[in-house]
Design a binder for this molecule. Structure first.
Ligand code: DAR
Length: 341
């Protein structure tokens, strides 16, 4: 997208601009300059970057969020009572787990790509204080990344518990500066809720169900957000909603992903058509930059801006149910062929 939208005119318009924090155009485009295979290639160095470098960010944002119209009021709905769906996978054959996360950044600090070491440490302390308010199912412990040590025996066993040093895209964006200072993970006792501190955003709140119960995952996440909002105020604008370093996470900052077992239809042209029509992103279950392997897919909502958190969940739910129907139709064809042979 950087190649497409950083035209010579846009470059000449933006190249000498700085935000009040001193963030320049290069701070925002370095990742895409150094990694020309980036899908996006840009990160915002601070909140003001979205306005100061709007000539570049606005078209990127429009492409990241299909159907988004610049200038609208971004809605927000983190009320779990507004999302009470039925079980999308009553047979229990397709959905292995569901994970919902929101990205948030605290007012008064730069975004992570240009954050100073002191800002990272201050954010870490503020989040730890907020995490001390978690009670009941959310109660747990915070562990700085530096504490994990090198030996795998120290690493927690839950796949979503840890985050590692950022990939080459994040490295070039400046997200690994002062690693591992100020980074850490809060986990509740049941390992169904995590708070990542100072990864790509200052805060990632993550709720997991190792089944298809997306309503339970969302209810837990809403409780966690309501708790931390007692002491933390998040960066938000009327048009772009909750601000994040990557334009893909503006608006709600919400990525809801199902890990789905689709042995027959997974990867087929019909599978790809449903994902396109339903605005679904498909990733490996081993991470965004990992290769696909096996027949379990990470299926998530592509749109995060221009609709509310509850609407994001309805969108991914509808998409997942269509993929389950497709898998069943493939199974029926297989059965029919078996009968005919
Ligand atoms: N790899 C970067 C980031 C794409 C969006 N994913 C995030 N933000 N984790 C790219 O521009 O391709």
């Amino acid at each position: 997208m950087l190649k497409t939208y950083l035209t010579l005119d846009v470059w000449n318009e933006l190249k000498d601009r700085k935000t009040r924090n001193g963030v320049g155009l290069y701070d925002c485009i370095r990742s895409g300059i150094e990694n020309t295979d980036s899908k996006i290639g840009v990160y915002a160095g601070d909140a003001e970057s979205y306005a100061v470098f709007a000539a570049l960010f606005a078209p990127v944002i429009a492409e990241c969020h299909p159907g988004y119209r610049e200038g609208g009021q971004q809605p927000s709905d983190m009320d779990a009572k507004h999302f009470r769906p039925g079980n999308p996978d009553p047979d229990g054959n397709s959905i292995v787990s569901v994970r919902i996360r929101v990205a948030r950044n605290i007012c008064g600090y730069r975004l992570r790509p240009t954050a100073t070491g002191n800002e990272d440490l201050e954010v870490e302390q503020r989040v730890k204080s907020a995490a001390a308010l978690f009670s009941g199912d959310l109660a747990g412990t915070y562990r700085p990344v530096g504490d994990w040590g090198a030996s795998p025996s120290h690493l927690p066993d839950a796949e979503d518990h840890i985050f590692e040093r950022g990939d080459r895209f994040q490295e070039a964006a400046g997200l690994n500066r002062n690693w591992p200072g100020g980074r850490g993970v809060f986990a509740n006792k049941a390992r169904s809720f995590f708070a990542w501190v100072n990864e790509e955003d200052q805060l990632r709140l993550i709720s997991i169900q190792r089944n298809a119960d997306i309503a339970a995952a969302f209810a837990r996440l809403c409780e966690a957000v309501e708790t931390v909002e007692r002491v933390l105020e998040f960066q938000r604008s009327d048009t772009y909603g909750y601000l994040s370093s990557c334009p893909t996470n503006l608006g709600t900052g919400l990525r809801a992903s199902f890990h789905m077992r689709l042995p027959l239809s997974g990867g087929s042209q019909e599978f790809q058509n449903v994902c396109m029509q339903q605005r679904l992103a498909v990733r490996s279950i081993f991470g965004e930059q990992s290769a696909m392997s096996g027949n379990i897919y990470d299926i998530s909502n592509k749109r995060r801006l221009g609709l509310s958190e509850v609407e994001c969940l309805h969108e991914i739910l509808e998409g997942a149910m269509k993929l389950i129907d497709l898998e069943k139709s493939f199974a029926a064809r297989t059965t029919t062929r078996a009968h005919l042979n």
